[in-house]
Design a protein around this ligand. Structure first.
Ligand SMILES: NC(=O)c1ccc[n+]([C@@H]2O[C@H](COP(=O)([O-])OP(=O)(O)OC[C@H]3O[C@@H](n4cnc5c(N)ncnc54)[C@H](O)[C@@H]3O)[C@@H](O)[C@H]2O)c1
Length: 310
């Protein structure tokens, strides 16, 4: 019988790419997303997947959807780093408690493996050393990062106490087609959207903040590798292992995409760490995963998508 995988939050940016990739790898895919969630991101594969509408904060919905699946991927989040500190209670209630319900059900239904997409951009906090490997200290400076790390710790607890099998993928900064330009998390999508609409770009700080950007189709591939990874290793950085500042990205927009735009610099934000570059050697070693696309290739594909769709 074909193996199956349910993707919680699968109609979002990252989930839609994971769904495509798992289908290519012969996995039967179920996407679980909010009631009345837009199906736009998965429209092109709707007749190949099962789509379940439900609320991740409702354990009955989780339970019904999960039963009988081989694997699960957890992508639901009600906050992003910029908003999470505004209501920490909400962050805990909506993201942590529901994740624990999911773990309970994964144990009950003997799910073969749960893959959790964590955040390599926030769980480590300000880097002591670059590039950051998986053993680097974790001192998140946002509630969002604290919750991701706490979910990771509970996964470990569930594996020890209840035998839950899991893998954690700490994503750096994915970018690509279908990223929401209106969320503060997708810098490249946000800037390209503004350029397309002839708006001035607003940059927090002096533009020297460095991040590790990787193309989402590479990120999606890492999930199938994690599902099939039978090493004892649990946590992987998924990244390009290369840093780019915002100013360098703007330069790529000009040179690679031939774009012209104005930039306004705003005061920096407290929760933004200065630099984040993740070491992806462990993923290369155990998952046999390295990025196949370079930054410029990903950027060209993303811009093409913006021209055609947004
Ligand atoms: N985008 C990034 O830069 C990035 C980096 C690292 C980690 N992550 C994490 O990866 C995950 C997915 O990110 P994304 O960029 O695809 O976000 P996204 O907002 O595009 O997708 C999340 C999906 O979850 C769904 N969802 C939210 N609340 C729900 C609920 N209560 N019930 C059912 N579905 C619900 C949304 O409708 C959405 O389709 C998130 O957990 C995010 O924190 C994202």
């Amino acid at each position: 019988m074909k193996e199956s995988c349910i993707i919680f939050g699968g109609a979002g940016f990252i989930g839609s790419h994971i769904a495509e990739d798992l289908l290519k790898n012969g996995i039967k895919v179920t996407v679980f997303d909010k009631l009345n969630a837009s199906k736009r991101n998965v429209e092109h594969i709707l007749d190949e997947i099962e789509f379940i509408e439900g609320d991740f904060n409702n354990e009955v919905d989780i339970s019904k959807a999960l039963k009988g699946k081989t694997y699960a991927v957890h992508l639901v989040s009600s906050t992003v780093p910029a908003t999470s500190n505004q209501n920490t209670f909400y962050d805990v209630e909506s993201n942590l408690i529901s994740s624990l319900h999911l773990f309970e059900k994964c144990v009950e239904y003997k799910i073969k493996r749960l893959v959790f997409i964590s955040s390599g951009g926030t769980v480590y906090g300000n880097p002591v050393k670059l590039p950051i490997n998986e053993k680097h200290p974790t001192e998140p400076t946002s509630s969002y990062g604290i919750i991701k790390l706490t979910i990771e710790k509970y996964l470990y607890l569930y594996s020890v106490l209840r035998g839950l099998d899991y893998k954690i993928l700490r994503f750096a900064n994915p970018f690509g087609e279908r990223q929401n330009p209106f969320l503060t998390q997708g810098l490249i999508a946000h800037l390209l959207y503004k350029i397309k609409n002839g708006e001035t770009l607003e940059v927090w700080g002096d533009g020297k903040v460095v991040r590790d950007y990787f193309y989402i189709k590479d990120g999606a591939r890492s999930v199938f590798r994690a599902i099939k990874d039978n090493t004892s290793n649990r946590i992987y950085n998924i990244s390009s292992s290369k840093g780019l500042s915002i100013n360098q990205i703007l330069e790529r927009f000009r040179k690679v995409l031939n774009l012209d735009f104005d930039v306004k610099y705003l005061p920096g934000r407290k929760f933004d760490v200065k630099a984040n570059i993740l070491d992806n050697k462990l993923a290369a070693k155990h998952l046999k995963w390295t990025p196949e696309y370079n930054f410029n290739e990903g950027l060209i594909n993303t811009w093409r998508f913006f021209l055609d769709n947004e």
